[in-house]
Design a protein around this ligand. Structure first.
Ligand SMILES: [Zn+2]
Length: 194
């Protein structure tokens, strides 16, 4: 835990919200969100992020030159760096995945698709990755696939459960995140062209 946060941030926020949002322990170095707030943050993630980024941009504008401020909003939107997806591709290939998750055609060129768009999750986890052909991957882009594909992914993840990279995966987590991403305005019902 970063010393600065430890000394100032956790206690201050905690007091401002009368301890209703999270609990924490400086000595043992943990912070625990109240479950209903996890739901709240996931449900309204996009709105909350947009408001925060807007205020941050207004703040940064005061202290930075025009050059440094160029495209500041797009810089703020993607704060976490994307990892290389090759590791995930290799794991899925090693589990025998050889057709496009969406159109089921055999893969000649293999793309790794974030089932729930990266711009919503901003977190690279195996259970959110599928192998796709370039055409499906490009056409799906930032959209949400039709619900049939959610069920297919739940099944796929059940088979993958043995992989250690599945981390703290839970079926319900995937289903909730799918719903929340749609509620956050990601275009829904994408399906590959027949
Ligand atoms: Zn495809």
């Amino acid at each position: 835990m970063n010393q600065f946060y430890k000394n100032y941030v956790y206690g201050l926020f905690y007091a401002s919200f009368d301890g209703t949002i999270y609990s924490f322990n400086r000595k043992e170095e943990w912070v625990k969100l109240v479950p209903s707030y996890i739901v709240f943050f996931e449900k309204y993630k996009r709105v909350l992020m947009n408001v925060t980024n807007y205020q941050l941009a207004v703040f940064l504008e005061k202290y930075n030159t025009r050059n440094a401020m160029e495209q500041i909003l797009s810089k703020l939107e993607f704060v976490s760096a994307r990892q290389s997806l090759n590791e995930f591709k290799q794991i899925l290939l090693s589990h025998g995945h050889s057709v496009c998750f969406y159109c089921m055609k055999p893969l000649k060129q293999t793309h790794v698709d974030h089932f729930i768009p990266w711009s919503y999750m901003q977190n690279d986890v195996l259970w959110n990755f599928v192998l796709a052909c370039p055409s499906c991957n490009t056409s799906k882009n930032n959209r949400m696939a039709k619900v049939d594909y959610l069920y297919a992914l739940v099944e796929r993840n059940e088979e993958l459960r043995v992989a250690e990279q599945m981390g703290t995966y839970k079926e319900t987590k995937l289903i909730y995140l799918y719903e929340y991403a749609v509620q956050n305005g990601f275009e829904a019902n994408w399906a590959p062209r027949a």
